[in-house]
Design a protein around this ligand. Structure first.
Ligand code: NAD
Ligand code: SAH
Length: 411
């Protein structure tokens, strides 16, 4: 069962999936094991993650392990219709299309939940939210779920702290093999892939303001520096601000950064990081984009209501004329720029993130977990890194028995 648009585009989609698979050796090794041992036989899995080629191959790996997979996107602008249609030809149940309205987006989430899943894989908490509101009857059947991103984990922790989380959820984002690579190097590269492709402008010589020096912000700032930008960080956490300064960046409050920035990138998970009052302080033609979870980091609603006019100037770029007669350019409607105006993280990065997801789904299936939040077990986290090293043909040293004793380590 599926509900997609452009079923005729499967050929292009299949090529994209083949390319991704070719560069995902870790997930391929898991596919081999899954195919052989069928650890997910007849387990129904509901997935809500950006629906593009890497996610498609991840779904195929779950299916190779015996699972019945139902998938939708986690953002209406990141679904690729050709990939969705290719995935249907592989026997996966797909409910998604590019640019779905808010109602269609919710209906797609509902369609995957109508499969009565035993495991859910969520990106940002939309599936969990729906299960706790309209789909509570599913709770007794769900063995557990995995959460892909930082903001989703904040939402889970908030629910858990008031004892309102009624299923076991594994904090995949917090595993080392996830955020150290995906959030840092993945966001670091894919945000610039998207900005450069969308604007076709040079980065060297520009002043780039990065709001938030967390895992994603560090990556975005590091790559901006590599491209020759003068990088300014804004923060609200004193430790992170000192870290940014020690890493060689300028640190300023947003109001002062606004006056000198050419490009602004928000990656905080917070809201109103760039309110309208700050936009009025910016230089004419400043470029604004967001890579954090929700489209509220740049105050888009306020901008929409107070702008003088809005004009599309290039694919995924809108020029907003402000009351002070200056224009600012917003990329991808203030949504995650790397996914709404690009293909998201590089393939090799999602190879690690999705391998972790596959191993966590297997872990949940093999353990009776009670409701609450769970860190990814250390051995599962390590397994991804071990498989990744092996795929790169890199060997590392092993502790001798004597060294283990010296370090007080048990076997
Ligand atoms: P993080 O918690 O490591 O970092 C967030 C940083 O933002 C923190 O240092 C915090 O102090 C700072 N911050 C919070 N409010 C701020 C404000 N008003 N002004 C300035 N700084 C502020 O989180 P992270 O893993 O870097 O994730 C950041 C966001 O990006 C989350 O919403 C996450 O879901 C999302 N994310 C996006 C992608 C992507 O592909 N675009 C990938 C991973 C995570
Ligand atoms: N629901 C959110 C999604 C959060 S985006 C939204 O409104 O858009 C952040 C997550 O996207 C990250 O944790 C990262 O692992 C994931 N991601 C980044 N690139 C991706 C890709 N190419 N395919 C699938 N997921 C990707």
């Amino acid at each position: 069962m599926s509900d997609i648009k452009h079923a005729d585009k499967s050929k292009e989609g299949l090529l994209k999936i083949e390319w991704a698979k070719k560069h995902m050796p870790v997930l391929r090794s898991i596919e081999e094991d899954f195919r052989l041992h069928q650890p997910l036989k007849d387990v129904t899995i509901a997935v809500s993650i950006h629906l593009e080629a890497k996610t498609a191959y991840f779904c195929m790996v779950l299916a190779a392990g015996g699972a019945d997979v139902y998938v939708t996107g986690s953002n209406p602008l990141s679904t690729q219709d050709d990939v969705a249609s290719a995935l249907v030809t592989k026997g996966i149940n797909v409910f998604a299309w590019y640019n779905a309205t808010a109602t269609e987006y919710i209906n797609h989430l509902k369609s995957v939940l109508d499969s009565s899943p035993e495991i859910i894989i969520d990106d940002g908490g939309d599936l969990v939210n729906l299960i706790h509101s309209e789909y509570q009857h599913l709770l007794k059947n769900i063995k557990g779920g995995c959460e892909e991103t930082t903001t989703g984990i904040l939402r889970l922790k908030a629910l858990d702290s008031i004892d309102e989380l009624h299923l076991p959820m594994m904090l995949v984002n917090d595993a080392k093999s996830k955020h150290l690579f995906d959030n840092r190097y993945g966001t670091g590269q894919s945000v610039w892939d998207a900005i450069n492709h969308t604007t076709n402008l040079i980065v060297a010589s520009k002043t780039v303001v990065v709001a938030g020096y967390g895992w994603c912000g560090k990556g975005v700032a590091m790559r901006a520096k590599g491209l020759g930008a003068n990088v300014v960080i804004t923060e609200i956490d004193a430790i992170k601000a000192v870290e940014a300064k020690m890493d060689g960046f300028s640190v300023l409050p947003m109001k002062r950064a606004a006056e000198i920035g050419d490009v602004f990138i928000t990656v905080t998970g917070c809201k109103d990081v760039i309110p309208y009052s700050v936009m009025l302080m910016m230089k004419d033609s400043a470029i604004l984009c967001n890579a954090g979870h929700f489209n509220v980091e740049i105050a888009m609603d306020e901008l929409e209501s107070k702008k003088i006019s809005k004009t599309p100037v290039r694919k995924n770029i809108k020029a907003y004329l402000l009351e002070n007669n200056k224009t600012i350019h917003v990329l991808a409607q203030g949504r995650l720029v790397n996914l709404a105006a690009g293909d998201g993280h590089p393939v090799e990065i999602m190879d690690m993130s999705f391998s972790l997801q596959a191993l966590c789904a297997n872990y949940i299936n093999n353990h009776k977990l009670t409701k609450g939040i769970y860190n990814v077990p250390e051995e599962v986290d390590q397994e991804v890194a071990i498989r990744k090293l092996s795929s790169m043909e890199i060997e590392i040293d092993q502790l001798t028995e004597d060294q283990k004793k010296y370090l007080n380590l048990q076997d």
